[in-house]
Design a protein around this ligand. Structure first.
Ligand SMILES: [Zn+2]
Length: 315
């Protein structure tokens, strides 16, 4: 039996999974991301945890085809170096080299949002589609573009930064990237909550009964017909639908997968989003695109990493 190792490094936890060659997770676990000393010990923590796990489960290192590592930040895919990951503290960090030295297992690296997109393509909502656009609406807005079954990296690895498409050329809110009016400031969980807080002022809305309004509160209130929440959802789906239709007019994906916390609203989000998408997409593009909610939740990253390891190292 041959195995794949998937590693999804986040700011608070590292998710790890052992998968079979069909992408079925046979074991998964997570460890804390220790960011002391600019994250210097993270490869050691991952290697130690992995080697202990295979010993416990009576698996042999030589039965592992390789590892896929999903990491946040800017990555040099060829050298396996993380050029910068602000949340973790890495700067020009030789992640792949360090991991390979510590485990003896070959590894391939990918941006975490791209890895999640690949996971959805392989085992989730993508359902094997090879033309796929994945958007994650979480604290920020992430994205992954897959065409012909391959992730698009672009010339310096910046492809798929969907969250930083400029939606408002004037009067937009400041984004984490330093510019204003990005999609992320509107369609992330943070953006939805912010719009809820702004629009509820001096209005008759259930949102005024809640102290710290979240994106979920807004969608719940919208589902109950609340006027203010309806305004927020209309604005959010307008800009998200505009961004997605422009992307779809350029890329013509078969499936658009929406993931992240905001996607938990399900059809409550997708129904108004499809209307806006239809409004801005070319008819043939609209007719050939399915918009779906992500299916793998927190497992998307490790599954995508398993796929990368299989593709890269299976002889
Ligand atoms: Zn931005």
């Amino acid at each position: 039996m041959k195995w794949l190792l998937g590693i999804d490094i986040g700011g608070t936890t590292v998710k790890m999974a052992i998968l079979d060659l069909q992408g079925i997770i046979v074991e998964k676990w997570e460890i804390e991301t220790i960011i002391l000393n600019d994250g210097a010990q993270i490869p050691h923590d991952i290697a130690t945890s992995f080697l202990k796990k295979i010993e416990e489960s009576n698996k042999k290192l030589e039965d592992f085809v390789g590892a896929g590592i999903g990491a946040p930040g800017f990555i040099d895919f060829n050298s396996g170096v993380v050029e910068q990951a602000v949340n973790i503290g890495w700067k020009n960090f030789e992640l792949v080299g360090e991991f390979e030295r510590l485990t003896g297992l070959p590894a391939v690296i990918e941006n975490d949002a791209n890895a999640a997109a690949i996971g959805e393509m392989w085992k989730g909502a993508g359902d094997g589609a090879t033309e796929l656009l994945a958007v994650t609406l979480g604290t920020g807005v992430g994205g992954g573009i897959i065409t012909n079954g391959h992730i698009v990296h672009g010339t310096v690895g910046m492809a798929g930064e969907i969250g930083h498409i400029t939606m408002l050329t004037e009067g937009g809110v400041l984004c984490g990237c330093g510019r204003t009016g990005c999609l992320e400031t509107i369609a992330s969980a943070t953006g939805v909550a912010r719009l809820g807080l702004e629009k509820r002022k001096n209005r008759d809305t259930v949102l005024n009964d809640i102290k710290a309004v979240t994106a979920k509160d807004v969608f719940d209130a919208y589902a109950q017909g609340d006027t203010v929440a309806t305004e927020v959802v209309e604005e959010v789906t307008h800009y998200l639908g505009l961004a997605l239709s422009n992307l779809a007019n350029s890329l013509n994906p078969e499936i658009i997968v929406i993931g992240g916390g905001v996607s938990k609203a399900g059809e409550v989000l997708l129904a108004p989003l499809r209307k806006q998408f239809e409004r801005f997409a070319l008819p043939r593009v609209f007719g050939s695109t399915t918009i779906k909610v992500a299916e793998l939740s927190n497992d998307a990253g490790v599954i995508g990493c398993g796929w990368l390891a299989k593709k890269m190292f299976l002889k």
